[in-house]
Design a protein around this ligand. Structure first.
Ligand code: P53
Length: 474
């Protein structure tokens, strides 16, 4: 086994992190539009609407909305076979509960997809990538409300119908499992539009929202396949494997539980039903969840075709007395002494990608699609005016090597690789511009200053060769 001839090399972004033009052509305000810029260690602030004198980095981002032609041409120069982006929900349904979609928003994605297709680049589309309408948060409480299932399904249906001849690969919810970190205000807000009130049982609310999203995802898959049976619709999981800290059987069991708890979403999206360990957990916690017989039927009818996942880092866990029953992502994870970390503390572990691919393929036997991977790093323009980003190349090379070994030696079926942020963009986690992933540099700093001019980093030529040699020249 080796890389397929049609292996989908490309890059991945999300609408809110690069488009800008946040209030243009009828677009509504999304959850990303009410988040300020933070830094490593300083969380982004979630404000109640757009307030004066705050820095909202997604409002302008890198102005891809007007610059997409130049950027797609650069992607073509890199040799992209595909380009993963999302459709900003608020361009299509500005508030989220309208009867009719916004035609100007739909037209933007027609232009963008046509531009990609012109160069033979397949659009790979995420429907909901941390950018649900803020109005749905205010009026309905986000995905704590069952009504959001219908709003999402309507949005998905409109997109499937409109782009059925332009887009083949879809994903429903980006990193749907990130919200298991319910202690963070950020994760559940970006995934599900949840704003917690004092004293609420956050965990129960998260599982309820997650359930509605899983139902919405399944219903969308089902409808999508009716609209075009050739669609490939995947789930999208943030796969951070959680290793046992030691070979102490208790650490091993803690790792098993943590992996189950973080990744049960995939079990449902692939197999169409809740795994027993989750049903038992809900029972034990005495959660009162609204899960109906109809919901369970829909989950079975809308299973996915492939496993889309992001891989950036691995975690590890040390058992505490109560870990097995009360696993808590925020408290139980520990630093791994065997791997280095990025400037943002993300543990760099290329072999972990091979482990993860095996774990996913053993579990699901479905094709894998690595739809995000990369190193967020500070770049410096050197005296010769260029960025010599060897650290970025080192990171990507080691991960691609692990991926190819996994395909060739372990026989894992993997259809593509789209590293995160081929062009510098706004960080989701911190809102910074200077946490950069790109092969293409964008002249803009954390304060929002800069010309937005695009230029190639050293990694640009490197990745171009990787693609043209189909992974042979690394
Ligand atoms: P940033 C956390 C953990 C793993 C992936 O992240 C994550 C997050 C959220 O921060 O998000 C994904 O920009 C996400 C992208 C995001 C990318 O990883 O924080 O799908 O939207 O930009 C990188 O460095």
């Amino acid at each position: 086994m080796s890389l397929r001839k049609d292996f989908l090399w490309g890059g991945a972004v999300a609408a809110h992190q690069l488009e800008g033009s946040y209030n243009v052509d009828g677009k509504g305000i999304s959850v990303a539009d009410v988040m300020t810029a933070g830094t490593h260690g300083v969380e982004r602030e979630i404000t109640d609407g757009i307030l004066p004198n705050k820095n909202y980095p997604n409002h302008e981002a890198i102005h891809f909305y007007d610059n997409y032609k130049e950027d797609v041409r650069l992607f073509h120069e890199l040799g992209f076979k595909c380009f993963r982006t999302s459709i900003a929900w608020t361009r299509i349904f500005p508030q989220g509960d309208e009867d009719e979609p916004n035609e100007l928003g739909l037209q933007f994605y027609d232009r963008l997809f046509d531009e990609c297709i012109k160069y033979g680049i397949k659009p790979v589309i995420t429907l909901s990538h941390f950018e649900m309408p803020f109005y749905l948060v205010k009026k309905y409480g986000g995905f704590r409300n069952r009504k959001c299932i219908d709003f999402f399904v309507k949005f998905a249906t409109v997109c499937f119908e409109r782009y059925k001849n332009k887009v083949e690969y879809w994903m429903t919810f980006n990193e749907i499992n990130n919200q298991t970190n319910y202690q963070s205000d950020f994760a559940t807000f970006t995934n599900s539009g949840i704003v917690y009130q004092e004293g609420e049982d956050r965990e129960q609310i998260m599982y309820q929202a997650a359930h509605y999203e899983l139902v919405a995802s399944a219903e969308a898959v089902k409808i999508g396949k009716e609209i075009n049976p050739n669609f490939k619709i995947g789930c999208m999981l943030a796969l951070c494997p959680i290793y046992p800290f030691s070979c102490n059987p208790k650490d091993m069991m803690a790792s098993t539980v943590a992996m189950q708890r973080r990744n049960y979403f995939g079990d449902i999206q692939v197999r169409g039903k809740y795994p027993n360990f989750m049903l038992k957990y809900f029972e034990r916690k005495n959660f009162k969840l609204d899960i109906t017989k109809e919901d369970l039927d829909i989950l079975q009818q809308g299973t996915v075709d492939y496993i889309g996942f992001s891989y950036y880092m691995s975690f590890s866990i040390k058992a505490s007395d109560k870990t097995n029953l009360e696993y808590n992502e925020a408290n139980d994870l520990v630093k791994n002494p065997y791997v280095p970390a990025s400037d943002w503390g993300w543990q760099i572990d290329p072999l972990g990608l091979r482990y993860t691919m095996n774990w996913l393929f053993d579990r699901y036997q479905l094709p894998l699609f690595i739809v995000e991977n990369g190193l967020g790093a500070f770049d410096k323009v050197e005296a010769d005016g260029k960025i010599h980003d060897t650290y970025r190349v080192d990171y990507l090379r080691s991960h691609i090597e692990a991926m190819i070994a996994c395909i060739e030696e372990d026989g894992v079926d993997c259809i593509g690789y789209t590293p995160w942020g081929p062009i510098d963009l706004v960080s989701a986690g911190t809102g910074e511009m200077e946490k950069r992933y790109g092969f293409i540099h964008v002249d803009k700093n954390n304060k929002g200053e800069g010309t937005l001019k695009r230029s190639k980093k050293d990694s640009f030529d490197w990745y171009k060769e990787v693609i043209s040699s189909n992974g042979k020249k690394l």
